[in-house]
Design a binder for this molecule. Structure first.
Ligand code: C2E
Ligand code: CA
Ligand code: CA
Length: 727
């Protein structure tokens, strides 16, 4: 008890005491007067406030932290008065999320901005909050000031005097979840409804999941398959290279290859596999889609057969003969192993057809074919060229010496009696032949020589004749070569254009430029005759370059008249054997300021196969500029369809040979149909070449072919005769 006190200010003292350590004290000083002592005294009172101080600091600290959180949070946060739900604070995220500013928000009720199903009555929320301390609402659709809706999650937390309300924008998360669900759904649908077999497996090939198609194809149940590995369904050969495929897959993330699978019953079938790495339930697996390509392989074989064999006799046709002769003759110069080319013609086949009927004629051809094949060695080639005309290629060390004898044997063997439609006949043939490498090694030359010798044989009494007039021949070839050398400088070349038609609309979609040579004496010479000579002499490169420039200039001049059209140029195989062609095309386009998309190059399948890598690089370059690429004469080459998929080819041109058979020949129909289906599958367009008749056009339309080209619409025309409509 301190009476009549005089108070001093409170001092806060922070002091390190010797025995009790650091303390914060509140010092109270008071002057008091003691009557009995007759003196003034100073009363000092110390209050230990160390603990209180610590708590205060702590509080300040956590408040600061809370404030910072409030300001920088991603959630929109508002603080609400407990009784009415009025907003006292809102953080920047809230303003941003809803598009209101602070003044608009503060002192308003939360219910004015956010409609919660249960928030009509803020008291209810408070009641729950008092019990639980926190309430959460999922899936609340909040409307922003600009009337946009956002998906949110909202929760309330009791914060002593106030209620804190957090609003979290989950639109993006929802979208991702949705996308994921959709993806999964899509995946599941693909998995279920795919016509391809689908496997999910690990790097050792162990299956995690397989679809119904997979089970059906392989003849195993799902449970059986899940106990197996990919290697168990590979054929033994395929299983050997499987680890290499898997290594490659891990390197590139994606692979595509052909192999063969084996059914439970042991039957094997060719497949095409696409494998990629996938994340499935948090782990990396391999997803392999397996397509059964039995049908396609069959079609490929069929195309190959039709391209290289004669259906009537099952013998090779002229094309296969030519390829073999080319190879063997080229080798003969090095190996010293020579050979003979025979041309064998049945005489009076026409008479047989006329008197005994077409069937008897066919039978005669078949019999002669068989006898020819029986007379020569197995490794020799007998080909039917057309009608009753055959070519025979025999090779070997002594082929030259044996030639005459072999010829005579052929005459004798074929001439034996034969029964045709109940009548005995004695087939007669004439034979012309030539030797290589003595008379040259170029296949065209050799075949022509055998032809010439045959005409001699027909005129003579011998029925068999060797080609001998080498001097005549050389001078004849030499003339052509000599004349061609000057054709370019003498401006004897010119271009004709043939229209390409959209079969659905009947509109012109493009032109093909075709080369013509006007010889000063001989008149127009056909490309079939002079292009091989240009190729042999290497002149073709400068001629093709001339064509490209000429065509680009023509396109430019059309464009100046408002005609925008695409023109195709034919590239000879040699152009794809080095990169020079890239520059030629680039310069021609630049000089004429042409869009690359107006130019198309036509190449043949044989070109493609000769140097796959370079060809594909050149084509990729063209295609990256926008130059279109067409594959000419499709069906006459190797016809490796899966290979085409990897090249930037826009259009496939079906060779005239197959179009000729439409619509009557069932094989041709199937073939054209197969080609179209496969081309479309690969995203490529199809053009039919050499369409001459209305029925063909109709059938092609029916088969879904995109474009056509041929005499039905127009022959190749010189520029002045073309009528192009401005577009
Ligand atoms: P290709 O590229 O297959 O050209 C199509 C050939 O079929 C052309 O023969 C064309 O006149 C002919 N044609 C078009 N429609 C029909 C039809 O309905 N019926 C018939 N019977 N034939 C039709 P062309 O002009 O004699 O050319 C022959 C080959 O010469 C061309 O075959 C091509 O390989 C080559 N060629 C033509 N021009 C050039 C060129 O500028 N450069 C190169 N490297 N080769 C060329
Ligand atoms: Ca062509
Ligand atoms: Ca063609």
């Amino acid at each position: 008890v301190i009476p009549e006190k005089q108070t001093f200010d409170d001092f806060e003292i922070s002091h390190e005491f010797r025995d009790i350590g650091h303390k914060v004290m509140l010092l109270n000083a008071r002057e008091i007067y003691r009557k009995e002592m007759g003196a003034k005294l100073l009363l000092l009172a110390f209050e230990d406030i160390t603990e209180q101080k610590r708590l205060e600091d702590l509080l300040a600290d956590s408040e600061e932290r809370y404030r910072r959180l409030f300001e920088t949070a991603n959630d929109g946060i508002v603080l609400l008065e407990k009784d009415q739900g009025k907003i006292t604070h809102a953080n920047p995220a809230f303003e941003k999320m809803l598009g209101y500013n602070m003044q608009e928000v503060v002192d308003n009720k939360l219910q004015n901005f956010v409609v919660l199903p249960d928030l009509h009555d803020f008291q209810t929320i408070m009641q729950v909050l008092n019990k639980e301390g926190i309430i959460k609402f999922d899936d609340v659709l909040v409307t922003t000031k600009s009337r946009q809706h956002i998906d949110t999650e909202i929760y309330f937390v009791d914060r002593a005097k106030l209620v804190q309300c957090n609003i979290r924008d989950v639109t993006e998360r929802k979208r991702q979840e949705e996308a994921l669900r959709e993806n999964e759904e899509k995946f599941r649908t693909i998995f279920k409804s795919s016509s391809d077999a689908i496997f999910i497996h690990d790097s050792s090939g162990r299956f995690l999941e397989v679809n119904d198609v997979a089970c059906e194809r392989l003849g195993y149940t799902r449970d059986e398959l899940l106990e197996m590995t990919l290697m168990d369904i590979d054929t033994p050969e395929a299983a050997q290279i499987a680890p290499e495929h898997i290594r490659q897959l891990h390197q590139e993330g994606f692979i595509f290859f052909e192999t063969a699978h084996q059914r439970k019953d042991g039957q094997q079938f060719p497949v095409e596999i696409t494998s990629r790495l996938i994340d499935y339930e948090g782990e990396t697996w391999i997803l392999s889609t397996v397509r059964d390509i039995t049908e396609r392989k069959r079609a490929e074989e069929r195309i190959y057969y039709l391209a290289y064999y004669d259906e009537l006799t099952d013998l090779p046709n002229r094309r296969l003969f030519y390829d073999r002769l080319k190879q063997i003759a080229a080798r003969s110069e090095v190996s010293g192993n020579g050979g003979v080319v025979f041309r064998v013609d049945i005489t009076r086949l026409r008479d047989v057809n006329d008197s005994l009927g077409q069937q008897a004629g066919d039978e005669l051809i078949r019999q002669v074919a068989r006898r020819l094949a029986d007379t020569v060695y197995e490794k020799d080639t007998v080909a039917r060229v057309s009608g009753g005309e055959f070519l025979v290629l025999a090779e070997g060390k002594d082929a030259g010496e044996r030639a005459q004898n072999l010829g005579v044997r052929i005459l004798e063997r074929i001439g034996r009696e034969l029964e045709l439609s109940g009548r005995l006949v004695y087939p007669v043939v004439n034979i012309g032949f030539t030797l290589f490498p003595q008379r040259g090694t170029d296949p065209d030359t050799l075949i022509k020589q055998a032809d010439l010798a045959l005409s001699e044989a027909k005129k003579s009494a011998h029925r068999i004749q060797e080609f001998a007039r080498q001097d005549d021949w050389i001078s004849c070839q030499f003339h052509l070569e000599h004349d061609l050398k000057h054709a370019l400088t003498n401006e004897e070349f010119f271009l004709c254009y043939q229209t390409q038609i959209d079969l659905r609309t009947g509109r012109i979609v493009g032109l093909e430029a075709l080369l013509r040579w006007e010889h000063p004496q001989r008149g127009i010479v056909s490309p079939g005759e002079f292009i091989p000579v240009l190729e042999q002499t290497g002149l073709i490169t400068s001629v093709d370059a001339w064509v490209i420039h000429k065509v680009c200039k023509q396109l430019k001049s059309w464009q100046e008249r408002g005609i925008y059209i695409t023109a195709a140029v034919n590239l000879s195989a040699q152009e794809l054997s080095n990169d020079a062609i890239i520059e030629v095309v680039r310069i021609a386009l630049n000089e004429n300021k042409l869009q690359a998309g107006n130019l198309e190059v036509e190449i043949t399948e044989t070109n493609l196969m000769e140097n796959v890598e370079r060809t594909s690089r050149i084509l990729q370059t063209f295609s990256s500029w926008g130059v279109r690429v067409a594959l000419d004469d499709f069906g006459t080459g190797y016809s490796c369809l899966s290979y085409l998929q990897k090249l930037p080819i826009n259009t496939i041109k079906i060779d005239k040979e197959f179009v000729d058979g439409l619509p009557e020949n069932e094989d041709s129909v199937t073939l054209v149909q197969t080609i179209i289906a496969m081309a479309h599958n690969m995203g490529k367009k199809v053009l039919a070449e050499g369409v001459e008749r209305e029925e063909q056009r109709y059938k092609l339309c029916e088969l879904g072919c995109d474009y056509g080209q041929g005499f039905l619409w127009s022959r190749p025309q010189p520029v002045e005769n073309l009528t192009l409509i401005e577009s």
